[in-house]
Design a protein around this ligand. Structure first.
Ligand SMILES: NC(=O)c1ccc[n+]([C@@H]2O[C@H](COP(=O)([O-])OP(=O)(O)OC[C@H]3O[C@@H](n4cnc5c(N)ncnc54)[C@H](O)[C@@H]3O)[C@@H](O)[C@H]2O)c1
Length: 314
């Protein structure tokens, strides 16, 4: 097992550390102006990939490209709002035009607007779903068309432990559950095509966590989780983009806050199930549940590591 206490932000060192060769691969990374996306774009370029750096913020995208080029890598900036279908398609087409194909897509761009489930408003919920779900599907949909024609490609979506249920993330958690479900469907449909679709679940200190800290200041005592820098999670993206993971599709590969690597479970029908005597009346359902003839009720929340301290309901 190769791990590092201090994963390097430096490009050349990243290649040496990860030992992954992405030479000849063209990769799109969305939301790569800062945070995890920027770390992924830099690491992928350091490992030899030609990278299309997307962000909704033009300056941030260009800054990431400048850093990649300064380190000897190849990258172009493509600012776009991935929640706008045509802009998402334009992003993938830029990669096809610029590099002659698309071998990898890291659907990283995401939005996190914390709130209680009784505090939701239409604009905030729609924006969260538009960026996290529509943006992910729009980029993936266009990339899949090109990858199917090529007979190869790897898509890395970004989900979250919040899909299991997490305080203050009603729409965000729902959006990440949708991303995971999409991952399972796309992987199923693309089985045998040479195109793989997986999701990763990160746990790193970024502006998203800073925003949560700001938000919680008004809510009561909350302890900021002690998370590592983004560079500590990019090994997952590099692995999933590389041929070393050619056997893997439809999986969620994640890291807990303490660094533990895990594969997340698919939603599944649990045994035992029960057969109806005719059809299910409400009373018959109550009877089989009370008799313990169905699988037990399932736990909520991703992990104790991620579970937030909950102040009194606001
Ligand atoms: N940080 C974590 O521990 C954590 C945990 C679980 C999931 N995630 C997910 O990981 C991904 C990256 O998160 P991060 O922590 O680096 O966040 P971040 O807020 O630091 O960075 C997100 C980036 O996405 C860009 N972006 C936002 N909307 C966009 C749009 N419509 N089009 C293009 N770019 C857009 C932002 O400008 C920003 O550069 C997100 O999908 C997030 O939901 C992060």
């Amino acid at each position: 097992m190769t791990t590092s206490e201090n994963a390097p932000a430096d490009a050349a060192a990243a290649k040496a550390l990860h030992g992954i060769d992405l030479a000849g691969k063209a990769v799109v990374v969305t939301g790569a102006g800062m945070g995890l996306g920027a770390a992924v774009a830099k690491a992928a370029a350091a490992c030899g990939a030609s990278v299309v750096v997307n962000d909704i913020d033009r300056d941030l995208a260009q800054r990431c490209v400048d850093e990649i080029r300064a380190a000897g890598g190849e990258a172009v900036a493509h600012p776009a709002d991935i929640s706008v279908w045509a802009q998402a398609e334009g992003l993938i087409e830029r990669c096809l035009d610029e590099f002659g194909g698309i071998d990898g897509l890291v659907n990283n761009a995401g939005l996190h607007l914390p709130k209680r489930s009784w505090e939701m408003d239409e604009a905030s919920v729609r924006r969260t779903i538009d960026v996290n779900v529509v943006g992910t599907l729009a980029c993936a949909g266009r990339a899949i068309k090109a990858m199917r024609a090529q007979g190869s490609g790897s898509i890395v979506n970004t989900t979250s432990g919040a899909q299991c249920g997490l305080d203050y993330r009603p729409d965000y958690g729902a959006s990440k559950g949708a991303v995971s479900s999409f991952t399972f469907t796309a992987a199923l449909e693309l089985a045998g095509s040479g195109v793989r679709v997986n999701a990763m679940a990160p746990n790193v200190s970024t502006a998203m966590l800073d925003d949560m800290v700001e938000f919680m200041k008004e809510r009561g005592p909350w302890t900021r989780p002690d998370l590592p820098p983004p560079e500590h999670n990019v090994g997952i993206h590099l692995y999933l983009l590389s041929d070393r993971s050619r056997h893997m599709s439809g999986q969620i590969l994640g890291v807990r806050g303490d660094g533990e690597l895990f594969i997340g479970s698919h939603p599944a029908i649990l045994e035992p199930t029960a057969r109806p005597d005719g059809y299910w009346t409400a009373t018959a359902i109550a009877d089989v549940i009370e008799a313990g003839r169905l699988a037990p009720m399932q736990p909520l929340g991703p992990t104790v590591h991620l579970r937030l301290a909950t102040p009194d309901a606001a």
